[in-house]
Design a protein around this ligand. Structure first.
Ligand SMILES: CC(C)(COP(=O)(O)OP(=O)(O)OC[C@H]1O[C@@H](n2cnc3c(N)ncnc32)[C@H](O)[C@@H]1OP(=O)(O)O)[C@@H](O)C(=O)NCCC(=O)NCCS
Length: 191
């Protein structure tokens, strides 16, 4: 079915991407605060290419990083606001000790921080991964400095083993963004 898979939570719609998402997505990918823990901002073209990659992943694998929409209060549900992405991404980089794996990821525009949206959406993505896809484990990783993202991982019940901390192979070893933490959650351990 076109538009599938689609997930609904109390406040959110996790859906496939639309043309209208490209502009607000490019804006958040160009926001230095949103991208503080990444090596670079994304141009409009890079942002659109990322959406194309995400959509290809949905087509090929049946999962991906969903566009997150905060559902409108009105009965017809029209006019929801695009907040960013939350979802699932394959980790295929063989330089990463934990690959292959499926990663939980999130990136929201700043006005949508501080309301539990990332955690609510990620909990729905986790349930989909374990129930619909029958995956046995999910990982999540981020720069040590990205405390907000680690708090989402902890709220989801994910666990970090400091022995699995790593230097990101795509970032220069001396760069403060290189040290990363790895969190995991197993299907049998979710709460
Ligand atoms: C990482 C990111 C998604 C976290 O967003 P967030 O809004 O802090 O995360 P949550 O959705 O879990 O919301 C938690 C906050 O909402 C508050 N909150 C309000 N209602 C809540 C609810 N129902 N449930 C949970 N938290 C709630 C919490 O108290 C917390 O607020 P605080 O930050 O003031 O302590 C966001 O900061 C972001 O997009 N960052 C840039 C991109 C990025 O770094 N992505 C990760 C790369 S690995």
């Amino acid at each position: 079915v076109t538009g599938e898979p689609q997930l609904r939570t109390e406040r959110l719609l996790l859906r496939r991407w639309r043309e209208a998402d490209l502009e607000p997505f490019a804006a958040l990918n160009a926001d230095p605060e949103v991208m503080e823990h990444f090596p670079a901002l994304l141009s409009v073209e890079q942002s659109a290419a990322l959406v194309a990659r995400i959509e290809r992943c949905f087509d090929e694998r049946g999962y991906g990083l969903w566009a997150v929409e905060v559902r409108a209060e009105d009965a017809d549900g029209a006019g929801g606001a695009f907040a960013g992405f939350v979802g699932l991404e394959p980790v295929m980089d063989e330089r990463l000790a934990f690959a292959p794996a499926v990663e939980l990821g999130w990136r929201l525009a700043q006005p949508f921080w501080g309301g539990g949206i990332a955690t609510e959406a990620a909990a729905a993505a986790t349930a989909f991964a374990f129930d619909a896809l029958a995956l046995t484990e999910l990982v999540s990783y981020t720069a040590v400095s990205n405390v907000r993202s680690q708090l989402v991982m902890q709220r989801l019940g994910m666990r970090r083993d400091p022995a699995e901390d790593f230097l990101h192979p795509g970032i220069a070893p001396g760069d403060p963004l290189a040290p990363h933490v790895l969190y995991r959650i197993a299907a049998h351990a979710r709460r």
